[in-house]
Design a protein around this ligand. Structure first.
Ligand SMILES: *Cc1c(COP(=O)(O)O)cnc(C)c1O
Length: 373
């Protein structure tokens, strides 16, 4: 890496990853059974407080399996935030359900519980809460609403490993929690995902769907249409090594978040994702919001100037209700998304990865300060 080029993210496999992968290779358990899979599922369950964990191919299929477990009928509706990663809405379509978009809360950047009620119809079955950029959604309010309207609540915790809602780890606060271990997530195996269950009730069904729909006993008998969403022992070898360092990874990234906040809090026109008093945010990606009037430039303008400085940034999520596969149905349904649209226009992700030095953060902060017009 050119020391003057600062990427937005970078992978850190500096622990036992290589050793465990070699061990898995030499054991010849490289496919979808093996000690690292069992170890990872057990350790992850203890970590997030789940009764059962099922490791899967990636975070998107984790969502797909979660929704399959909810046995939806075609055309039924699921409440999702418009401000989120696209996989959340895509997974609804995989089960022929319709994602119904709701705006996010300025206090959390997650689903706004107060705006959900008016989007609930006779067809609504559930809510997917997404802990955007590691900040937990307001799970207390969402769970109360879900209970009163007889809806299920699924937590997409892909960005939020280590986050806590009122002291409790996210991922185990609803009916099902999902995680992703894609390369830029808090822990990674390149591709990978997990499903967390607060009880063992849905476990057998999800394991069956993950494994071609196969009967747990009778050979070559497949009672339901299933999928191959299995994870490999090689992948779980990497994940076991990553988990060993989770505490250190979270501490390092928190240091990065604190350093950015400390250096940028005095820059007029630059603000941050707020953190609720009840929340412990997982330090996933550090974001700033650029107030065009006060800063003197738009977020896009700042991004291209930082790119010239060799500093990679990324815009925040584009609203899902404006994406081509979803725009028409969202338009027909109406709904307003001022917060989603504002964040998408004015937000910017700064480089956030374990090895990011304080000197690099100093440089990013200095350039952000410098470009103010
Ligand atoms: C990354 C992410 C996903 C998708 O995970 P993959 O492992 O890339 O399939 C889903 N939801 C959210 C909120 C994510 O951030």
């Amino acid at each position: 890496m050119n020391p003057l080029q600062l990427p937005i993210a970078s992978v850190d496999v500096s622990g036992n990853e290589e050793r465990y992968v070699v061990d898995a290779l030499r054991s010849s358990w490289i496919s979808s059974a093996g000690a690292y899979i069992d170890r990872f599922e057990g350790e992850f369950a203890r970590l997030v407080g789940g009764e059962r964990v099922i490791a899967v191919t990636n975070g998107t299929v984790a969502l797909h399996l979660a929704l399959l477990a909810m046995s939806l009928e075609p055309g039924e509706e699921i409440i999702v935030p418009s401000f989120a990663y696209i996989a959340v809405a895509n997974a609804c379509r995989y089960v022929e359900a319709e994602p119904v978009f709701v705006d996010v809360d300025p206090k959390t950047w997650c689903l706004d519980p107060e705006q959900i009620e008016r989007s609930i119809t006779a067809k609504t079955r559930g809510i997917i809460a997404v802990h955007n950029y590691g900040h937990p959604a307001n799970m207390g309010a969402l769970a109360a609403l879900a209970r009163s309207r007889n809806l299920w609540l699924v937590e997409d915790s892909a960005e939020a490993l280590g986050a806590r809602y009122r002291g409790q780890p996210v991922g185990c606060l609803g009916a099902i929690g999902t995680f992703s271990f894609f390369a830029n997530k808090i822990i990674t195996s390149g591709e990978g995902g997990a499903i967390v269950l607060p009880s063992d009730g849905l476990e057998a069904r999800i394991r069956q769907l993950r494994d071609h729909g196969k009967d747990p006993v009778r050979r070559y008998h497949f009672p339901v249409t299933g999928y191959n969403y299995r994870i490999t022992n090689l992948t779980c070898a990497v994940l076991c090594a990553q988990l060993e360092r989770l505490e250190a990874i979270l501490a390092r990234r928190k240091e990065i978040f604190d350093a950015y906040r400390g250096r940028l809090s005095e820059v007029p026109g630059i603000s941050f994702q707020p953190v609720e008093a009840w929340a412990e945010q997982a330090p996933w990606m550090f974001n700033v919001v650029v107030d065009r009037a006060e800063y003197g430039r738009s977020a896009q303008d700042l991004a291209s100037r930082l790119a010239e400085d060799g500093i990679e940034t990324r815009p925040l999520f584009e609203p899902i209700h404006l994406q081509p596969p979803f725009a028409e149905s969202a338009r027909r349904r109406g709904g307003r998304f001022p917060m989603t649209e504002a964040l998408s226009q004015s937000g910017l992700t700064l480089p956030t990865f374990n090895q990011l030095s304080i000197a690099s953060i100093d440089r990013v902060a200095e350039r952000v300060q410098h470009h103010r017009a």
